[in-house]
Ligand binder design. Structure first.
Ligand SMILES: [Zn+2]
Length: 421
């Protein structure tokens, strides 16, 4: 290609790993917790301070800063032909109440590091480059994970996002206005050629397999199911076992069957019983009611559908067998995502060129990229995190791995944004 000087001998630019690390540590001071983590929940003063710090860094790097009506922050480095669609990257700066230093923040600061490195190397790209900082990814303060990216991608009406409230009754709209966001601005989506997100894996696979880079080909299918079993409250002493209507018998029968069902579907099947509640919750009363949840995930839609059917079948069979009334229903579902083949290839090629150990993988968690992928070609890059821990103050990652992931991001973005100088 005539206009790509970099491919004709000049060394490809590399990120500055120590600058990236030092910015991660500086950002982590905002909302720092005593256990070494971060509490920077969406639209709090801490979130605002983090966004302001990032905006100052980005402006110093020559970026234009813009905030949309739902509080997504965009940092844009101009392209040679600035009317062309942007090549985008991004993630989130908000954290869980007891979150870590890297979840989301890494993807944002790796994006800034890409821009800084292009500046350092004097590289001009044909397409503009933009970082998206998605508002309220975590969904802990306002109960809607990946909120900002969902509104941006037209998957969630703005009014529904605005009406979400936190435990104190404060709405997203009121908090956005308090932080100076213009909620009357028109929501409009810029043209995007391709989008990438680099993120810590939030699971143990890369670390255990000794790989530096996960080439993320998609996000698995996931849903949550609620099971209710009706029993009859009775005294724990005088009521003989065979004369009780004890809902826990259904749990006792269904749990081994559920675990066996997940085991039979192989290592990609994920089944989690996260909540088990009895009512009235007294040690000497047979519960009158049992509620438990089943979270099920699998990357292959056929196996995922089978697992869902099996959950229904096993619960109904146990209810019938125990002669108790109850129900099982799906309360939340996020269909899986297959990332864009060309974007995934750009990630893989960049990792090959850099000589990193890598593997293809499917994300077990949801990310803003699930929403972004609904409207523009998208792919993700994972790097290992210590022990697979995330949503935890002890969340940790190695500077060298973070640098490698940012280099892959730089390589993939540059392939799409096309260096002209
Ligand atoms: Zn995240």
């Amino acid at each position: 290609m005539l206009d790509n000087n970099l491919s004709r001998g000049a060394a490809s630019p590399r990120v500055n790993g120590s600058r990236l690390w030092s910015r991660l540590m500086t950002m982590a001071e905002i909302g720092a917790t005593t256990q070494g983590g971060c509490n920077r929940q969406a639209l709090t003063d801490g979130d605002l301070a983090g966004r302001d710090l990032l905006s100052r860094w980005a402006e110093a790097a020559g970026c234009r800063v813009r905030v949309d009506a739902v509080g997504n922050l965009f940092l844009r480095r101009a392209g040679r032909d600035d009317r062309l669609p942007v090549v985008m990257t991004g993630s989130h700066l908000d954290t869980q109440p007891t979150g870590g230093k890297f979840d989301g923040v890494y993807g944002v600061l790796a994006g800034l590091e890409v821009i800084e490195s292009l500046n350092d190397a004097g590289v001009v790209t044909r397409h503009p480059i933009e970082i998206g900082v998605w508002c309220n990814e975590e969904g802990c303060r306002f109960p809607m994970a990946m909120m900002g990216s969902a509104v941006w991608a037209d998957r969630l009406p703005l009014d529904i996002a605005y009406a979400l409230t936190d435990r104190a009754g404060l709405s997203v709209r009121a908090e956005l206005e308090r932080l100076g966001v213009d909620t009357h601005a028109r929501m409009s989506r810029q043209a995007v050629k391709a989008a990438f997100e680099v993120h810590i894996e939030q699971g143990p696979v890369l670390e255990q397999r000794g790989k530096t880079i996960g080439v993320v080909t998609g996000v698995q299918h996931m849903s949550r199911h609620e099971v209710i079993v009706e029993g009859q409250e009775a005294h724990a002493g005088p009521t003989p076992m065979d004369m009780r209507r004890d809902p826990i018998r259904v749990l006792a029968e269904v749990l081994p069957a559920l675990y066996a069902c997940a085991r039979e579907r192989g290592p990609d099947a994920r089944l989690t019983i996260g909540i088990i509640e009895t009512s009235p919750g007294s040690p000497n009363t047979v519960p009158g009611r049992l509620r438990f949840t089943v979270d099920v995930r699998h990357p292959d839609v056929r196996v995922y559908d089978l697992l869902r059917l099996e959950i229904d079948r096993l619960v109904r069979a146990a209810l019938q067998h125990q002669g108790l009334d109850g129900s099982v229903r799906c309360v939340w579902e996020a269909p899986g995502v297959t990332f864009d083949a060309a974007c995934v290839d750009a990630v893989r090629s960049a990792a090959v060129e850099l000589g990193y150990d890598m593997m293809d993988m499917v994300s077990g968690a949801g990310h803003d990229s699930c929403n972004v992928a609904a409207v523009v070609p998208t792919a993700m890059i994972f790097v290992p995190c210590a022990g697979g821990l995330s949503h935890n103050e002890a969340e940790s990652a190695l500077p060298a791995d973070l640098e490698s992931g940012a280099n892959v991001l730089l390589g993939a973005m540059l392939a799409l944004a096309v260096a002209v100088v």
